[in-house]
Design a protein around this ligand. Sequence first.
Ligand SMILES: [Zn+2]
Length: 279
Amino acid sequence: MAESSRALERLQEELEKKAHAVYCYKCGRDVKPKVRLYPTLLGEIRVEYVCPYHGIVLLTETIEKMRLPDRKPYLVVGGAYIAFEGIDGAGKTYYAKWVVSELRKKGYDVIYVIEPYVKAIKEFLYKYDIDADAEVFIFAADRIILQKTIVLPALKQNKIVISDRSIYSSIVYQSIRGVSEEYIWGINRSIKVPEFVVILDLPVREALDRLRRTRDKLTKFEEEGFLLRARKKFLELPKKYSHISKFVIINTALPEEDVKKEILERVLEYLRTKGESGR
Ligand SMILES: [Zn+2]
């Protein structure tokens, strides 16, 4: 720790020495700024250039000091990465698997994946009471393993990947448990984000009824108050993140045949706009 704080001091002195004069509106002239450094959780250092007389921040920059592994999943551009999201009981697994089989019938090369992927990680998550920030790391680790071993190679081969959950489940669930969405995005900085997200929506009461019919025990993520908040968060995703992924919301309270028709139409429409990937 002492070592790294000395390194920071040296960096600060160095930056201060070579800093150009910056205009301060209170001084009404260019001043030689003081430098303040703020290391971030992600290994970057935020640099603030401050007026020595007024303490006003005149300029900021971020220095990348990331001693972190280099992964660039966004460089993998083939195929199509489609995620199914929504609260438990909304029908993700059922409809995701169904759409996989329909796409295969139509001649598409498609694979199905589910998060969490690693069995041991799943056990770990459900067996122990883990704080939500640590949960973010565990889910991210699982996602990285899944993407490296299956998702990215499949996309490189121009396949369609249908993913049962994605980073958006982390955004929803761990943010409800008290972690900021920025932190979750940060920890997941090197994962591939699904291009197209099908959010399956169902009122919570109905989702719980469906869950109780199929399971003898519900997990900590399947309690009513929690699911109400999760549903709200899922429905907010399109407003917040449409610059990152394309979203559709599908009401799974409707008759099954209608839901299937709607899902298939939307997915095919997306694939057409993508240029017939995976065919
Ligand atoms: Zn000033």
